[in-house]
Design a protein around this ligand. Structure first.
Ligand code: UD1
Length: 417
């Protein structure tokens, strides 16, 4: 169990490069199974979730190695069609491998991904869609036994909710299916566009209409490719929050501003000066942030649920009351009780949290409740007066490369313990 010891209330300033997006690279690593040639994935972040995906790939017969920030996955046909429980548990989002495995092997056995720290995380939409494409699904003692004819068949899928994972699973299953698959009400997150970009670079035939409808025409085979992953928009927001709570001044480089349209106005409302070019953001924070009226999480292009916790951390030290409404996940305010240990004033009722900003937080012993909640606890620790011991930091390492070193370079006092 890792820990960070943070001496807070140090102003952050300088430049930080934003690494590739975890949520983009994970489905791309699953997509690698659809082509037999080797692939080179550039701007691939060094994260524990990426290592978990590499372990799954290795089990399925695809070894990989790093060359700097590129991950090279060797070629080869799938050797196995199961994902053992131990590997599934290392990373909850490993369900995204199902569409690719069933497409290549016509059979797949994986353990049920189970619940998680954000409340129940069902996969009914994934399974209903795959069934429409000809997959037979049998649940057996916590395992999913899936099988289909030699090839999956294209289908028209109307998703009841634009689930990111379900959209990705359908896209993966559809690439080599017989005929065309159309996804209505699919997710529109930038990571979906990136997955389509990677698959098309490998020879897939995917087009996305302006209204978000996704068309996937099945092709016989996919080949290898070289592809660069998009910058991580949630990591970008997190560093903006780190700077905002310390009256800091930051230049964020290698970002994609287009992906942050719902987030940048919030920093302006909080009193920050934000200047954006195509791939950089400059942020200058005031001495004291101002509260935001109301943040409601929504599917993209709305405000991302993954940015809710870091922004709430910033609201803890803003003047006035900020309201947060979490519409995507049922149980995504666990970080609030950790913030309160540092002196934050927050009232949570169901999916709504009212944050009454305080003039300063104080150091305390706190823990990371989940990936983004953990990063948000770190944001509070940077703002707090005194020493904060942040434990269970392995959650943070799932999605943030070298965060302690990068923050230290910006002037934070942070040590691993
Ligand atoms: C992905 C992201 C996660 C982000 C989330 C929402 C990855 C690896 N993870 O998660 O960081 O917070 O999108 O932007 O990309 N749901 C169902 N049935 C299903 C599938 C989902 O009811 O079959 C519900 C979920 O319980 C949740 C909501 O839909 O309440 C959103 O889930 P989804 O969009 O699928 O998120 P993930 O793909 O799990």
């Amino acid at each position: 169990m890792g820990k960070y010891i943070v001496e807070g209330n140090n102003r952050l300033s300088g430049e930080v490069d934003i690494h590739g997006a975890k949520n983009a690279v994970l489905p791309i690593l699953a997509a690698v199974l659809l082509c037999d040639d080797s692939v080179r994935i550039g701007n691939c972040p060094h994260l524990s979730d990426v290592e978990a995906a590499r372990n799954i790939l290795a089990h399925l017969g695809r070894s990989s190695h790093w060359e700097g920030s590129s991950l090279i996955v060797d070629g080869g046909a799938p050797q196995m069609c199961d994902i053992p429980e131990k590997l599934m548990r290392e990373m909850r989002s490993s369900i995204v491998f199902l569409g690719a495995v069933i497409s290549r092997c016509s059979t797949a056995r994986i353990s049920f991904p189970g619940g998680c720290e954000l409340g129940p995380r069902p996969i009914d939409l994934h399974l209903e869609a795959l069934e429409k494409m000809g997959v037979k699904v049998v649940e057996d003692n916590g395992f999913l036994e899936c099988s289909c004819e030699k090839k999956l068949k294209g289908a028209v899928i109307n998703l009841a909710f634009p689930s990111v994972g379900a959209t990705e699973n359908i896209m993966l299953a559809a690439c080599r299916a017989d005929g065309e698959t159309v996804i209505h009400n699919g997710a529109r997150e930038p990571e979906i566009e990136d997955l389509a970009g990677f698959l098309n670079a490998c020879g897939a035939d995917i087009s996305i209409e302006p209204n978000g409808t996704i068309h996937i025409k099945g092709v016989e085979k996919l080949h290898g490719a070289e592809y660069d992953v998009i910058p991580d928009r949630i990591v970008t927001v997190t560093y903006m929050c780190c700077s905002a709570v310390t009256a800091g001044e930051l230049l964020l480089k290698s970002v994609n501003v287009r992906h942050l349209q719902s987030v940048m106005p919030i920093f302006e409302q909080m009193g920050c000066i934000v200047k954006a070019n195509e791939d950089t953001i400059y942020l200058q924070a005031p001495q004291r942030l101002k509260a935001v009226k109301c943040i409601q999480t929504m599917p993209y292009p709305g405000f991302p649920t993954d940015a809710q916790a870091p922004l709430m951390a910033a609201a803890c030290v803003a003047s006035g009351t900020s309201i947060f409404i979490e519409n995507i996940f049922e149980n995504r305010f666990k970080h609030a009780s950790e913030f309160k240990r540092m002196g934050a004033e927050i009232e949570v009722q169901g999916r709504t949290a009212a944050v009454h900003g305080v003039s300063h937080l104080h150091g305390a012993n706190v823990k990371c409740t989940d990936l983004r909640g953990g990063a948000a606890v770190l944001v509070c620790a940077l703002a707090a007066h005194g020493t904060t011991v942040v434990s269970e930091t392995e959650h943070i390492l799932r999605g943030y490369e070298d965060i302690d070193r990068r923050l230290a370079l910006l002037g934070a006092s942070i040590k691993k313990a």
